[in-house]
Design a protein. Structure first.
Length: 260
């Protein structure tokens, strides 16, 4: 099932997507809901980020290829993390499929995409074992963890590098029926494929992260966990269009402009 969130009467509403038709619902997929009986064309609605998370988590350095590239660029030895590392991102940076990524005018040229699988939590979870960890997952969506690399090296908390307004495109919808081992992530810039990698070939898998996280904190319905990226992301610039394509889920596409 595909769940979308769209603009309606000045607020966000949920719906089920069937082909090119949206079936609006009353309520929320994370609580009680029922179909309203309406049918709307997908082409006639404005998509919103598919969920506004209570807490926005992000996993860093979770693919060996990306860790290797970071080590090469920083002139350090490649060192795989010994345990899952979790950070936080700002909801204020979230934008939807089709919205514009805006690069601040004082940013350097080192603004890069990161195509990521996003885990959407559907049940309150605490003290999960790895075996049971995926039981709290509602579904999956797509994220583009836009990053300003110069700021990333300057600011200890990544507050600008990762959380600048519009730097977190997410969408276009939540897919609840996913075979993780069949997923492939592809990133395209202006239609040219920049990278492709098996989505589930993570250094620490989703179950390991969720089990580790719930040892110390409670996950709640609607929370999201961004799972990291692989490879060596390239710079993006004014006029580009970035597409993050994860097979079986969909395509997240956003144009890019730079403030003048």
């Amino acid at each position: 099932m595909r769940w979308i969130r769209f603009a309606r009467n000045g607020a966000g509403s949920f719906g089920i997507l069937e082909g090119e038709t949206v079936l609006p619902v009353r309520g929320s997929p994370f609580a009680q809901w029922e179909k309203s009986g309406e049918k709307l064309p997908l082409s006639g609605i404005k998509l919103l980020p598919p969920v506004l998370p209570g807490t926005f988590y992000a996993c860093g350095l979770n693919y060996a290829g990306h860790i290797k590239e970071v080590a090469a660029q920083t002139g350090t030895a490649m060192k795989l993390p010994q345990k899952p590392e979790v950070g936080y991102r700002a909801n204020s940076a979230l934008i939807a499929h089709g919205d514009t990524i805006v690069i601040p005018k004082d940013a350097t040229e080192k603004v890069q995409y990161e195509g990521e699988l996003v885990v959407v939590i559907g049940k309150k979870a605490k003290h999960l074992s790895e075996r049971d960890a995926l039981s709290c997952v509602f579904g999956y969506t797509i994220g583009n963890d836009v990053s300003e690399r110069t700021w990333q090296g300057q600011d200890r908390t990544f507050w600008r590098a990762k959380n600048t307004d519009t730097f977190k495109p997410m969408g276009p919808w939540i897919e609840t029926e996913v075979d993780l081992d069949r997923l492939v992530t592809r990133v395209r810039v202006n239609g040219k494929e920049m990278i492709a990698f098996p989505t589930n070939e993570m250094h620490f898998g989703i179950a390991t992260y969720l089990s580790t996280m719930t040892r110390y904190l409670t996950l709640n319905p609607g929370d999201v966990v961004w799972m990291g990226t692989d490879g060596d992301p390239a710079n993006i610039k004014h006029g580009d269009t970035v597409e993050i394509d994860i097979s079986g889920i969909g395509v997240l596409s956003n144009p890019v402009i730079r403030e003048s």
